[in-house]
Design a protein around this ligand. Structure first.
Ligand code: NAI
Length: 317
């Protein structure tokens, strides 16, 4: 099998001055792409700015014979980042929404500023970049978007309500982008990476970090960003050599007739069915849920094979 190449393609990587973003840039440039290296250059908490972060990566790419240009805008001004791609290279093919910051704090002590900044960088930033790239992708009937979620978003993580909310927002964002982009060959996927970076260096022990090189997230992103990839609207986790797809799972569930027997007590009686994943389904769209509702409306009076009589007890249970 020949190596995946990106010759003639233009890749925008946000937050690419270090960590994962830098690793993506070095890879794509080494495989023939022209790269826009975006980084605001602030601290991991989102304070300050500097041109150095992006410049160092551009210099490294150029020194190795690759093509790269720096951009220092915040992702909140994503249109300027995409403009850098268009002005310098005349096109954009791949957008990797990677920029991120942390403002970890227990929910009890969360300030509006901690919340707003996280949402602005992760959610609005990803939106602004994708929104600016979208017309180009549609016109050329081709585009690849990789958004960056996190295990914190998928599963929750102590002290990270703001970050978790933002990261799961990117899953929904990706799933809808995938649906809207499908017919234009615009594929959007979302990854939950884990890697040693300045973001994780204070929260994980050094021996674990040693085994979590950002380079080990790169191959997944490379595959998803490639023009031959059919993956669209999928969630992947990657880190330390592990890669896996994740999906939603719905328990076989409870289907009752939606009439006055549909009481809190009626569902309580069959609670095990609501949470039993033995014959689980894996829904991928709103239609899957609407289909269930239709089924529920068609149920006859005694479809469950028993008489549910909770009249008068509703207030109690
Ligand atoms: P990092 O701190 O090394 O990289 C993030 C980069 O984004 C920094 O260079 C920073 O200057 C840049 N940035 C921050 N705000 C920006 C803005 N407004 N505009 C442009 N650039 C901005 O951290 P790392 O670990 O490489 O993170 C990359 C992405 O992966 C982030 O979205 C992060 O949330 C996500 N992630 C990382 C995990 C890990 O284990 N390292 C775990 C889960 C998610």
């Amino acid at each position: 099998m020949s190596e995946l190449r990106y010759d003639g393609q233009v890749v925008v990587v946000t937050g690419a001055g270090g960590g994962l973003g830098k690793a993506y840039c070095l890879f794509f440039a080494s495989r023939g792409a022209s790269v826009v290296v975006n980084d605001l250059g602030g601290s991991f908490k989102g304070e300050g700015t500097s041109t150095k972060a992006a410049d160092v990566v551009v210099d490294e790419i150029k020194a190795a014979g690759g093509k790269a240009v720096a951009n220092y805008d915040s992702v909140e001004n994503g249109d300027r980042i995409i403009e850098t791609a268009i002005k310098n290279y005349g096109r954009i093919d791949i957008l990797i929404n990677n920029a991120g910051i942390l403002r970890d704090i227990s929910f009890k002590n969360m300030k509006d500023q901690d919340w707003d900044l996280i949402i602005a960088v992760h959610v609005k930033g990803s939106y602004k970049c994708a929104r600016a790239a979208w017309p180009y992708f549609r016109k050329q009937k081709y585009g690849r978007i990789i958004n960056t979620a996190s295990a914190a978003g998928l599963f929750g993580s102590f002290g990270q309500t703001n970050y978790s909310a933002a990261k799961l927002a990117l899953v929904g964002f990706t799933e809808t982008l995938a649906k809207e982009g499908a017919k234009y060959n615009i594929h959007s996927n979302v990854i939950a990476p884990i890697a040693a970076s300045r973001m994780t260096q204070t929260v994980m022990p050094p021996d674990i970090l040693e085994n979590l090189k950002p380079d080990w997230v790169v191959p997944l992103v490379a595959v998803l960003a490639h023009k031959d990839s059919e993956e669209n609207g999928q969630i992947f986790e990657a880190g330390g050599g592990h890669i896996a797809k994740l999906r939603w799972e719905r328990a076989s569930g409870l289907l009752l007739k939606a009439d006055d027997t549909y009481t809190p007590g009626a569902i309580l009686k069959k609670w095990d069915q609501i949470s039993n994943f033995k014959n689980a389904e894996h829904p991928t769209g709103v239609a899957d849920f609407l289909g269930l509702l239709e089924k529920s409306m068609q149920l006859g009076p005694n479809e469950q094979g028993e008489t549910l009589d909770f009249k008068g007890k509703v207030a109690l249970i």
